[in-house]
Write a protein that binds this ligand. Structure first.
Ligand SMILES: NC(=O)c1ccc[n+]([C@@H]2O[C@H](COP(=O)([O-])OP(=O)(O)OC[C@H]3O[C@@H](n4cnc5c(N)ncnc54)[C@H](O)[C@@H]3O)[C@@H](O)[C@H]2O)c1
Ligand SMILES: [Zn+2]
Ligand SMILES: [Zn+2]
Length: 391
């Protein structure tokens, strides 16, 4: 079959690889009908997440039709249409039972790597390195789905692939980032990053009742989409003031009650000293991440506020103003998304027409065009916001 494979920094290829097989009774194999490229895939492409190996199959946003079912799987049958959440969950360990799905204790086959990096293992993830279980990803014609009696979301007939696909990652990610802010009706929510995750943070914060949402980026078409959703916008390229100062000014000195970092490890900034140092350190392997947006979110948050971090970070972050976080009494919440917590509620919201997640898609293509579209998405060429690939 065809699959998009990682071959080194910036080198993604559409390869011919063996078809997957059922390996355990709880597995299913699906025929992929739609998959997407996520901002998290860019961290792999750009070499920010270690433990990738040549030939690894990428992709963790995917859906398809069940074509083979393991003998112990009583939940799915051949022909079911499913969206597969990016986190692999056993459904039985203490963390799964607590609803902390993305830190399932059993599904990471390389638990020792994750324990070295993080102190404890975290869940297995599709297509996301040997740190998170070395599972083949979903940017492929066929995908083996382990523990498939737990997480896959059965999609009703009548809902299109494009409406359903993002239930597996970026919609619940934006939703959880907003839920982590415990939004109150008077809240002003500031959101760094208007990529796909930022867009779902904006929609979710408004759906959860925020009074105002202020979105920050420097990509005009992404800011325009944020504005269309009801956010006020700041283009950081146009600012002389720092973003925390600008937010103060826009809120009559009050500041943002809740701040969301939907940028993650590869933050850009115009001519700011900390961002230049981050870039040099990351390029020379002296630093692991470029956390400019996280610093700004902590500085901009009003005392007693909440900083929610869906943005992915990989390692040890430099010059984080923890003194500001501590002295202002901030609450910081973060995590890979506990997708299963939100699956049924968000499916219902799509069915009821409260949101159509396909608003985000700008590029549609075939799997074999994937390598080129990775570059288009990374470089924000051709007004690209979200790429969907079909087999
Ligand atoms: N927590 C989770 O489970 C989860 C799930 C999916 C994605 N993510 C992460 O969310 C982040 C965003 O994903 P995405 O798909 O939207 O990626 P993306 O790369 O398309 O979007 C990031 C956006 O941030 C903007 N940006 C860069 N520097 C900025 C700055 N200093 N201030 C404001 N904006 C800035 C970029 O211009 C871009 O539009 C990534 O780190 C990704 O790994 C996390
Ligand atoms: Zn993702
Ligand atoms: Zn578990």
């Amino acid at each position: 079959m065809k699959a998009l494979c990682w071959h080194g920094k910036g080198d993604i290829r559409c390869d011919s690889v063996p078809d997957p097989r059922i390996e355990d009774g709880r597995d299913v194999v699906i025929k992929m009908t739609a998959c997407a490229i996520c901002g998290s895939d860019l961290h792999l492409m750009d070499g920010y997440i270690p433990f990738m190996e040549k030939g690894d199959i990428l992709g963790h946003e995917f859906m398809g039709e069940v074509v083979e079912v393991g003998g112990d799987n009583k939940r799915l049958k051949v022909g079911d249409r499913v969206v597969v959440p990016f986190t692999i969950c056993c459904g039985e360990c203490q963390q799964c039972r607590r609803g902390n799905w993305s830190v399932c204790e059993r599904t990471n086959r390389n638990a020792e790597n994750a324990t070295k990096a993080f102190g404890y293992p975290t869940a297995g993830l599709f297509g996301y390195s040997h740190l998170t279980g070395a599972y083949a990803g979903g940017q492929a014609e066929f995908v083996r789905v382990p523990y498939a009696d737990v997480s896959p979301i059965i999609i009703p007939n009548g809902m299109s692939d494009e409406q359903a696909l993002f239930l597996g990652d970026i919609f619940p990610t934006g939703w959880m980032a907003a839920a982590n802010c415990e939004i109150e009706p008077t809240d002003i929510v500031a959101i760094w990053g208007c990529g796909p995750v930022g867009q779902f943070c904006i929609k979710s914060a408004l759906m959860q009742g925020a009074a105002r949402v202020i979105a920050i980026d420097n990509v005009p078409e992404r800011l325009a989409l944020a504005q269309q959703a009801g956010a006020e916008i700041i283009n950081f390229d146009d600012e002389d003031a720092t973003i925390p100062d600008r937010l103060k000014e826009m809120t009559g000195g009050h500041g943002a009650d809740k701040c969301i970092d939907a940028v993650g490890a590869e933050s850009h900034a115009t001519a700011s000293l900390d961002a230049i140092i981050d870039k040099v350190k990351a390029a020379t392997l002296l630093g692991t991440d470029r956390p400019h947006a996280l610093r700004a979110a902590i500085m901009a948050c009003r005392p007693g506020g909440i900083v929610s971090v869906p943005g992915v970070y990989g390692g040890f972050l430099d010059k984080i103003p923890f003194g500001a976080a501590m002295n202002k009494g901030l609450t910081i919440r973060t995590g890979q998304t506990h997708v299963n917590r939100y699956s049924q509620e968000l499916l219902r919201r799509i069915e009821e027409g409260q949101i159509d997640p396909s608003f985000i898609i700008t590029h549609r293509a075939k799997l074999e065009d994937g390598p080129e579209l990775y570059e288009t998405f990374r470089d924000k060429k051709d007004n690209c916001i979200k790429v969907v690939l079909t087999a």
